[in-house]
Write a protein of this length. Structure first.
Length: 270
């Protein structure tokens, strides 16, 4: 999982830069629209919507844009977004890397054609539904910032100025986390916990109630087997394909089962 976690961190860093160009704005706005449409348009009563709004704010999306997306999802600004549907696509990259793609689209034919072209131009191929899906498990993921905090509470309820891993582990267990790992990001160390998708809201709220700084809450696909990529040319091809797929307007997320060293990934992604 380390290789893809590193990739996810790189993409998250790039997302903050790309947000000013509007690409990320569009993707997250679509998430808000669909979340508001599939439940009540009130974030206090709709966890999916609340999570999408938090992601939007983290990306710097203005409140007016967020409110407009909620209104669209609620049908207050017309029914032009009612056709948006979530579709999962699957395929193979260079060297047999398995790739799982989630899209929100109003035109299946256009999205499939765009994906097929991106795979073809970058050494991969779009597969049939189910060809690689069995290699991934969906998990709820919560990131906790490990920088010092004044709001955290220790085991006896006293304020703490730095995160104790022992206390954090206790909080993870109380919230129903299955596993966790430490990741280094541009903002410092982060503890990333995984849980069953149905338990994501409980885990997130438990950590927030205990004063931890929750920086990311999302559903993720986790590969249950991986392919080691060690050849520099193949690494560049894989990352180029990942970029091409994520740059498509209808694509919300791209997950792959590759592993490569941090050094190779950083050089190849530059």
């Amino acid at each position: 999982m380390a290789g893809h976690s590193k990739w996810a961190n790189i993409k998250r860093q790039k997302a903050r830069v790309d947000a000013v160009k509007g690409k990320v704005f569009t993707k997250i706005s679509r998430e808000i629209i669909v979340a508001a449409r599939s439940g009540v348009p009130d974030p206090t009563a709709n966890f999916q919507l609340r999570t999408a709004i938090e992601k939007a704010k983290a990306a710097g999306i203005p409140n007016d844009n967020i409110d407009r997306a909620i209104a669209k999802g609620a049908g207050k600004l017309g029914a032009d977004n009612a056709a948006l549907e979530a579709i999962r696509y699957e395929g193979y990259g260079p060297g047999g890397v398995a790739i799982l793609i989630e899209a929100l689209t109003d035109n299946r034919n256009r999205t499939a054609a765009d994906l097929r072209a991106a795979f073809s131009k970058n050494g991969g191929n779009l597969g049939e539904t189910g060809c690689v899906g069995w290699m991934f498990d969906q998990k709820g993921s919560v990131d906790v910032c490990l920088t010092p905090t004044k709001t955290g509470r220790g085991r006896r309820g006293e304020p703490v100025n730095e995160v104790s891993e022992e206390d954090l582990l206790e909080a993870f267990l109380e919230g129903g986390a299955d596993t966790y790992e430490m990741l280094e990001t541009e903002d410092g160390m982060v503890a990333q916990a995984l849980t069953d998708p149905t338990n994501l809201e409980l885990l997130s709220q438990t950590l927030k109630d205990k004063g931890y700084s929750v920086t990311q809450v999302e559903l993720r696909w986790i590969p249950n087997n991986t392919i080691e990529v060690s050849d520099p040319d193949q690494a560049r091809s894989v990352l180029k394909l990942m970029d091409a797929l994520e740059d498509l307007d209808d694509i919300q997320s791209v997950t792959a089962n590759f592993e490569m060293t941090d050094e190779l990934m950083t050089v190849s992604a530059a």
